[in-house]
Design a protein around this ligand. Structure first.
Ligand code: NAP
Ligand code: GDD
Length: 391
């Protein structure tokens, strides 16, 4: 007799991965056909499980939100540190029941730890977003960057390959438009040659090719998303857009006087991170694994972003920006502009946020943050004042 279980059944919720080992699943849309010792015994409507490395980062937090909204059980890889790095996830930790969002310590430097974790969680989908993601920093820390951004991808692919021997699994690699370097083509798409110009970009090219090779050599369902720059109010504060919008808010509130920047002429294809994680998910829902460029198709200079950001709070950027050669790079990419036709046609993906909307969204969030900081700074600080009678 065939039986049917639903995800919320206590019997299913209590199933640990090890107890699942004795069963074999075959996917049929959201349902899984359940086999026990080779015999079909029923269907189980289990929530799909995703593992996200880099879940504490900008993209990881938006992707976790998206996956949870689609009913996934989300597992996140978190680096152990003395202070919590979960500020971008705290709203999810409060809103989400423990069974839906689970965080695990791990590091892309630790191959056996990654394999154990992947085999233990048995995810249906793996999103490898973890990286030393700062291009300027990669010139100062090239070996570390290559270890995490190149070999780290290989470690994740190996872990995924081990799991794929037992059950189906799909793999997403966070590749980057940095790989194109100073391209000879005005618009970059999936067939544009790579000309990397930083240790970061060289490492990403390695990760890209390994991902393709695992697809071709082992038949792994593995995709590269070649994403152009994407930003948000959750962007790290040392990337240029967020550095600018943080400064705009603070300057407007009198908390900062100037902002020091490097090359204002470089041009990037800037989109909104919330739109881009949807493209990642769509890639892993395809019948056949492929690589996709994700971009808005427009390009703007750092100067254009300054213009919009300062204008939003009624200021002129030229009065506040100073040049600092420390923020120049030994090799720079002058222009990036992507052609996401393939993603539009195959994935039905289009960007939903314009450059102007993105700048306004980021400035408004950082202006509010600066107002809150100003308020907190003006409030009496208990416990920091030295007491007269404190011996
Ligand atoms: P991000 O905000 O810098 O986040 C990077 C994430 O990786 C963080 O969660 C970080 O953890 C984690 N991480 C760093 N080193 C690690 C290690 N050794 N082991 C485990 N985790 C580690 O980057 P993002 O903007 O979200 O970008 C996500 C991915 O997309 C990255 O691979 C990036 O290179 C790539 N990408 C980004 C863009 C973009 O414009 N944003 C464009 C193309 C490609 P901590 O929180 O502990 O630091
Ligand atoms: N960070 C930074 N700080 N960049 C500056 C500054 C500054 O003070 N002044 C000018 N820039 C210029 C940089 O030289 C670069 O040309 C441009 O602003 C964008 O720099 P970032 O915001 O640091 O981003 P990125 O383009 O180098 O790299 C980002 O996008 C890649 C995709 O193309 C990162 O998110 C990478 O991880 C990602 O792969």
């Amino acid at each position: 007799m065939l039986f049917s279980l639903r995800a919320e059944d206590p019997a299913v919720r209590k199933w640990t991965p090890r107890r699942r080992d004795r069963f074999d699943f075959k996917h049929e849309n959201q349902n899984r056909l359940l086999f026990f010792r080779g015999q079909k015994v029923g269907t189980v409507d289990l929530p799909r499980r995703a593992l996200v490395t880099g879940i504490t980062g900008q993209d990881g937090s938006y992707l976790a939100e998206l996956l949870l909204s689609k009913g996934y059980q989300v597992h996140g890889l978190v680096r152990r540190s003395s202070l919590s790095s979960q500020s971008r996830l705290s709203h999810l930790c409060h809103q989400t029941r423990e069974e839906r969002l689970k965080l695990h310590y791990g590091d892309l430097a630790d191959g056996s730890g990654l394999t154990n974790l992947v085999l233990d969680i048995e995810p249906d989908e793996i999103y490898n977003l973890a990286a030393q993601s700062h291009v300027r920093t990669s010139f100062d820390k090239p070996v570390y960057t290559v270890d995490i951004d190149a070999l780290g991808v290989l470690r994740m692919l190996e872990a995924t390959r081990q799991l794929s021997k037992h059950r189906p699994v799909r793999f997403y690699q966070a590749s980057s438009s940095e790989m194109f370097g100073n391209s000879k083509e005005a618009l970059q798409n999936e067939s544009t040659p790579f000309r990397p110009r930083s240790p970061y970009a060289c490492a990403k090219v390695y990760g890209f090719h390994q991902t393709v090779n695992y697809r071709e050599a082992y038949g792994l369902f593995a995709c590269n998303g070649i994403l152009f720059n994407h930003e948000s109010p959750r962007r790290g504060e040392t990337f240029v857009t967020r550095k600018i919008t943080r400064a705009v808010g603070k300057i407007r509130e009198g908390l900062q006087k100037t902002v020091l920047l490097g090359n204002l002429d470089s041009r990037r294809d800037w989109g909104f991170a919330g739109d881009y994680v949807d493209a990642m998910w769509r890639m892993l829902q395809q019948e056949i694994p492929e690589d996709f460029v994700v971009a808005t198709g427009t390009t703007h200079s750092v100067r254009d972003f300054l213009e919009l950001a300062f204008h939003r709070v009624g200021l002129n950027w030229q009065d506040y920006v100073e040049h600092d050669p420390r923020f120049l790079r030994p090799t720079e990419i002058d222009v990036l502009q992507g052609d996401a036709t393939h993603a539009r046609q195959k994935l039905g993906w289009t960007p939903g946020t314009s450059f102007e909307q993105l700048a306004v969204m980021m400035v408004d969030a950082d202006w509010k943050l600066a107002r809150d900081e100003k308020f907190l700074a003006s409030a009496p600080r208990f416990g920091t004042q030295k007491m007269e009678n404190d011996f």
